[in-house]
Structure formats: structure tokens, C-alpha cells
Design a protein around this ligand. Structure first.
Ligand code: CS2
Length: 490
């Protein structure tokens, strides 16, 4: 028997499930980019909200792949959340998603819903590359093929900026108040960044719509945090066993969850503060902390760990040299760049280290290594800029950048090919082909990628020397030996 509305009542006791009338729930939020993260994070908060207010149901949309829709729609949008900590798992069935639309398949229906006055918020987890921007500057990439296609035919959009602006234009034409755009992606100052990208796209499309977006649409910033590894067949089997019913699309996560949101919702919002969301006036210090501490450590562990032959973050953390590296990275090089009101940074660091050690999550280093060109600027390079500006050391930070370079060369330490997933993968390949095994030539080649590094940072001899030196050590000694030979924390 598959999981669906009819089979809910037959679930074993101890598995929590929607305790509200799902038939009474109406769409209030459209979510673009309905991946595992959204379903383990925002959709769970909204599930808790629907008990009090049924007007905030979520209609999810996939911008490309039909997989989620094809799995969830036959299940009436229901899916299982498995919360794992080491050997323990708790299961809950989540009911906040009413339906999933595949944008390229049903674009008109999606746009009509986004223009529907009942929808007051459009939330986004389209990943870094989904914003069609230049990661180094945070501006719209006006040469992006998707953006060019959307500008040529703006009423049939395929990109995130294109969909948002077409829906906002339809609302404007119909005299409907704009929805609020809430980015839940790991971008710095995500609301402001997305406003700049979307407003520029709108301006290129039509200056009047550009002004409308600029002046009438709210783009609050948010910091989101929950570790959500990709679901595997083994996970699906474990869920089926616990539920006694098959769920085609469960999500795996950790107990920790955090959502900090800037309180700027002119079209109205649900009472997020009642379900654990931190509503604040200024999200930026939290975002910076999370991007630099969690995601910066994650990327560093992913590249070095993958090169050293570790499959998951928990495997990497079980190696004392890597655990010491990440502790030192945060303590000596990241924490001095942060000022977060009301936050005990050493406690935040220690909690992160515990989360990274969670053996219940099989979070693959390869998964985190994806799309590094889009991630590096906010995870490591901003911290490096701040450190250099104050004349401070960047030893561990630059090792992270060098490990990224060694990884995107596309060959592991055993000479096997690495499946490098990145919008710039072809450029990485070309640099590697031209530079061979020469660390200085490789580092030079990668540092010339302006989309990632900009122009000022590569011109700083301290940065260039630190990265080149670290890359040389990685290529000569391998990641495990390089990490093991780091001096202990200063
Ligand atoms: C990870 C994030 O895959 C990655 O790049 O660093 O998805 C990370 O797990 C989340 O940001 C945690 O909140």
C-alpha cells in the first residue's frame, strides 16, 4: 500500500502525521525549487502552522525535473521526514504540500497560481546557480542563456527571475498586491541579492516593471539551516519498514533546525514565530555566521575529505586530524571575522562540530562538493578578504580553496576521474588540461576565473602565495598527510 491520504490512518502509532483537516488547507505560499531541503525545513514549519491557520498551504514547483511531482502527487503531497541522530530515527509524515507543479510542463498553471491573490509569499530554494547571477559580484548574469531566452519571450519564462517577474507583472496588471519574495538559499544577504538580480531582470524587460519591483516588492533576508543529505534507496527501504507502507520520496535530516527571517511581509505572513522561526530586524549577521562557520567548514571538509577518500562528513570527522582542522579553521580564522549579537560563537562552533559528527546522516562529501564555483565566494572568499584586510593569517582558509582547486581538476589521488558537477566544469577542465600537475600554473589558471574570485583578491600576493603553496602540498603529499601535518591551533 502506498503512502497517501487514505493510508494515513493505518500508520503505526508513534509516527506523527498531520493532525489538521488537510481538505480545508488552501494555497498561501508558492515554493520554487522543491528539493529535499525545502521538504525537511520550511515545509515542516508550515506543517506545524496549518493547525492554527489553514490559509498557508504550499504549492511547490520544480523548475526542471519532474521527479518530485511524479513521486509526491500520487501520494497527495504527503511524505515522510526521518530525523536521525546516530542510531536513533524519528518519523513524521508532513502534510503542508498540497501539490507539486513541474514548471516546464505546466507553466501557465504555475503563473496563474503565482498571480492568485490568495498567494502572498513566494519562497525559493533554487540553489545558488538558480539565480542566474555572477557569484563574485551578486549581479544578474545578463549573458546567461536562460535569461536571454526569457527576455526574448518574457511571458513564457523558464528561469527564477523570469517566473517571478512575469507573475509580478500579471498581479500588477490585475491590481493585485505583489507577493513577498523570500529566498531561502545560502547566498550572502540573500534578500538584497535577489532583489538586485530580479529588479535588474525586470528593468531589462520593461523599465516600468523594473521600478515596480524596485519600489513595491519586499525581499526579506533569511538564514536557513538544516543538514539534509540526498535520500538513498537504503533510506527509502528503512522508511517503508517503519511505516509499513511505501513512500517514494522521503527526506532524511538531523534534529537541529533553524530559520531566521527578516520581518518584512507587506502582503501578510503566517505567525512563523509561533512555530520556532526567529523573526528579526537584521538577518545579515546570522547569515554571515552560518555561511562562514557551517558552510565554509562543510566545503573545506568536502573537498579535503573527498580527496582523502572519505565518503561522508561523519567519516571525515572521525579522523582526528580533520576534526582538529575544522575546529582550528572556525576558532582561529572564521570567528574573529564575526560579530553576532546575542550569539555565543564558541558554543555555536561546538554545536556544529557535534552536528557534523552525526553518524545517522550519510552526507556525502561529493554532494557538498557540487557547484563550488557558486559557493566559494560566500563560504570562504569573503572571510579571506576580511582576514587579509586586517593582516591576519589565512592558512586553513586557503587550504580549503586549494582543495577545491585540486578537486575540480577532476582526478583523485588514485588517478581516478572525479565526477565534478558545476556550471563551470568545462572551464575547470580546460585549466587542468593546460596546467598539468604544476601547482603554480594550476593556481594561476583557477585564480583567473573572475566569476569566482573577482579581480582584487587574485592580485593580492599573500592570497596567491598561500593558495599556491597549499595546492603544491596537496598535489605532492595528498590531502590526508597535508591535514595531518598542519601545526596545532594557534
Ligand atoms: C551544504 C549545505 O551541500 C552543501 O553545500 O553545505 O546544503 C548545508 O548542509 C546546509 O546549508 C545546512 O543548513
Amino acid at each position: 500500500m502506498p503512502l497517501d491520504a487514505a493510508s494515513l490512518a493505518a500508520l503505526p502509532p508513534g509516527i506523527s502525521r498531520p493532525d489538521y483537516d488537510r481538505a480545508a488547507v488552501t494555497p498561501g505560499i508558492v515554493h520554487l525549487g522543491i528539493g529535499a531541503f525545502h521538504r525537511a525545513h520550511q515545509a515542516v514549519y508550515v506543517d506545524a502552522l496549518l493547525r492554527r491557520d489553514p490559509s498557508w498551504g504550499i504549492v511547490g514547483a520544480s523548475l526542471r525535473s519532474p521527479e518530485t511531482a511524479d513521486a509526491l502527487n500520487p501520494q497527495d503531497g504527503l511524505y515522510t521526514l526521518a530525523v536521525r541522530e546516530d542510531e536513533r530515527t524519528d518519523f513524521a509524515v508532513i502534510g503542508s504540500i498540497l501539490e507539486v507543479i513541474v514548471a516546464p510542463r505546466e507553466r501557465e498553471r504555475l503563473l496563474a497560481l503565482m498571480a492568485d491573490p490568495r498567494v502572498r509569499i513566494v519562497t525559493l530554494t533554487v540553489t545558488e546557480k538558480g539565480y542566474c547571477h555572477d557569484p563574485a559580484t551578486g549581479r544578474l548574469d545578463e549573458n546567461h542563456p536562460g535569461i536571454r531566452a526569457d527576455l526574448a519571450d518574457p511571458t513564457a519564462p523558464g528561469t527564477t527571475p523570469g517566473l517571478l517577474v512575469e507573475a509580478l507583472a500579471r498581479r500588477r496588471a490585475a491590481g493585485v498586491q505583489p507577493f513577498t519574495v523570500l529566498s531561502c538559499d545560502n547566498l550572502p544577504a540573500n534578500g538584497r541579492t535577489v532583489r538586485r538580480i530580479v529588479a535588474r531582470y525586470a528593468e531589462l524587460r520593461d523599465p516600468a516593471i523594473g521600478r515596480h519591483v524596485e519600489t513595491e516588492v519586499a525581499f526579506p533576508c533569511s538564514m536557513v539551516d538544516r543538514i539534509v543529505p540526498a535520500t538513498t534507496d537504503a533510506d527509502r527501504a528503512a522508511v517503508a519498514e517503519a511505516l509499513g507502507t511505501a513512500d517514494a520520496w522521503p527526506v532524511m535530516t538531523e534534529p537541529f533546525t533553524q530559520w531566521v527571517v527578516e520581518d518584512d511581509f507587506p502582503a501578510g505572513r503566517p505567525r512563523l514565530e509561533d512555530v520556532g522561526v526567529e523573526m528579526v530586524a537584521d538577518v545579515e549577521p546570522f547569515e554571515l555566521m552560518k555561511l562562514r562557520m557551517l558552510n565554509g567548514s562543510h566545503s573545506t571538509l568536502a573537498y579535503l575529505g573527498y580527496l582523502a577518500g572519505y565518503e561522508t562528513v561523519a567519516d571525515v570527522m572521525a579522523d582526528p586530524a580533520f576534526a582538529a582542522l575544522v575546529h582550528g579553521l572556525m576558532t582561529s580564522e572564521v570567528m574573529p571575522t564575526l560579530v553576532v549579537p546575542g550569539i555565543d560563537l564558541p558554543a555555536y562552533r561546538d554545536a556544529l562540530i557535534r552536528r557534523f559528527r552525526n553518524r545517522g546522516l550519510r552526507h556525502r562529501t561529493w554532494q557538498i562538493a557540487m557547484d563550488g564555483s557558486q559557493k566559494l565566494p560566500q563560504r570562504l572568499l569573503g572571510t579571506i578578504r576580511d582576514r587579509l584586510a586586517s593582516g591576519a593569517s589565512i592558512n586553513r582558509l586557503s587550504l580549503g580553496v586549494a582543495a577545491w582547486m585540486a578537486y575540480v581538476r577532476g582526478v583523485d589521488e588514485q588517478g581516478r576521474a572525479i565526477d565534478v558537477r558545476d556550471p563551470l566544469a568545462e572551464r575547470f577542465r580546460a585549466v587542468a588540461d593546460a596546467a598539468g600537475e604544476d601547482a603554480a600554473r594550476l593556481a594561476n589558471g583557477y585564480l583567473e576565473i573572475v566569476d569566482v574570485f573577482g579581480t582584487a583578491l587574485p592580485a593580492d600576493p599573500r592570497f596567491r602565495a598561500a593558495v599556491t603553496d597549499a595546492l603544491g602540498r596537496l598535489l605532492r603529499d595528498g590531502a590526508a598527510r597535508t591535514v595531518a601535518s598542519l601545526p596545532s591551533e594557534a
